[in-house]
Design a protein around this ligand. Structure first.
Ligand code: EPU
Length: 329
């Protein structure tokens, strides 16, 4: 375990917001949790950060930021790999493809660590982390034990999980993915129509091209990827909007039975006229309205002010309440 005091978080959040944490603890082994790191997690005010790709800091963090830096990988046979939570998700995808294990390729270039991918149930281009997760090992701060959850126990839903809902009770340590020995392209997402996909590497390149064509390059502009979730509405709301706006894109089916109709938040924000606009030093990305970004030296308050203005405007224009995917701290 490593402890640092009074740490700048600028390099630990993808928005690049310049705030400080009183303390940072890096968990380097499962054993750390059974010792001092576990005590800190149980007793102190803590915030677990992966790559910081889904947070907006509006002030210094008066507590301990916990990061899992373990990045081991074990092959468990039968196309299973167990990855430590500190792996950068995209590096894990590249490594599994090199090993001839398929299934994660549509998540190419998704930001964040393996731990965060599970907490957030990240998804893109027709797949979600939950589709490949077999089990998760986590430290339970309520009992001080290491525990294991199977896929059902993780309580996954759209950009959500039991881990996210339990607000810091669990620290994800290791994730076992069940992959495939044969490449089976997933082409259900509309934007993938016609992209080269003959091999998994080709699919990976196609996804990377699509993503980087729409999202800011992290080395140029800070952002948190999609800032808002796509809202899920009932049939009557969906029909009201479809009638009023026949050009509204076909919503993707929401996950799970009876979960309703998923609208495209990006389309709503774009149509409300926000694409490319800035407020203070925060902006709406000109190529994808779902993404808020740091135009340079932006504060968390500026991001939140822009987000609030968008939420109010979309509510007024369409009667739809947008909720952030990013966590505001
Ligand atoms: N659209 C617009 N204007 C925009 C943005 C989108 O009209 O500014 C329209 C598009 O033309 C399309 C529809 O809205 O018809 C959906 O857009 P897109 O395919 O870009 O996907 P999304 O719903 O905006 C979701 C995820 C992304 C993921 C993509 C691809 C959420 C909140 N976002 O975006 O995830 O990469 O699908 O699968 O579910 C992330 O979570 O950080 C993220 C980037």
């Amino acid at each position: 375990m490593r402890i640092k005091e009074n740490v700048s978080l600028k390099g630990y959040n993808t928005f690049g917001i310049d705030v400080r944490a009183s303390r940072m603890v890096e968990v380097e082994s499962v054993g750390d949790c059974l010792g001092e790191a576990g005590r800190i997690l149980r007793e102190d005010k803590c915030l677990v950060l992966g790559s910081g790709s889904d947070v907006v800091f509006t002030a210094d963090y008066d507590g301990t930021v916990v990061r899992v830096t373990m990045d081991g990988l074990a092959e468990e046979g039968d196309c299973r790999v167990t990855a430590d939570a500190g792996w950068v998700m995209d590096d894990l995808i590249a490594t599994t493809l090199q090993k001839g294990l398929y299934g994660l390729e549509n998540l190419t270039a998704i930001p964040g660590t393996v731990g965060a991918a599970v907490v957030q149930n990240v998804g893109a281009y027709g797949i979600e982390a939950k589709d490949m997760v077999e089990s998760v090992e986590a430290y339970d701060t309520a009992t001080g034990q290491i525990c294991r959850f199977d896929n059902a126990g993780c309580g996954f839903s759209y950009r959500d999980s039991m881990f996210k809902q339990s607000h810091g009770r669990y620290l994800v340590l290791r994730v076992t993915f069940k992959l495939h020995s044969q490449y089976q392209p997933v082409l259900t997402y509309k934007a993938l129509e016609g992209v080269p996909h003959a091999t998994a590497d080709e699919m990976r390149q196609s996804i990377a091209d699509l993503r980087w064509g729409k999202l800011p390059r992290p080395e140029e502009h800070g952002s948190a990827g999609s800032f808002f979730k796509n809202p899920i509405v009932d049939k009557a709301t969906w029909e009201r909007l479809r009638t009023a706006y026949p050009d509204m894109p076909q919503a993707h089916a929401a996950e799970g039975p009876g979960e309703g109709y998923k609208l495209s938040a990006g389309w709503l924000i774009d149509r409300a006229g926000w694409k490319g606009r800035t407020m203070g030093r925060a902006g709406v990305w000109p190529k994808q309205a779902l993404v808020l970004y740091n135009t340079g030296g932006c504060t968390g308050d500026e991001v939140v002010a822009l987000a609030r203005a968008i939420v109010c405007d979309v509510k007024e224009k369409y009667g739809i309440a947008l909720t952030p995917e990013a966590i505001i701290i």
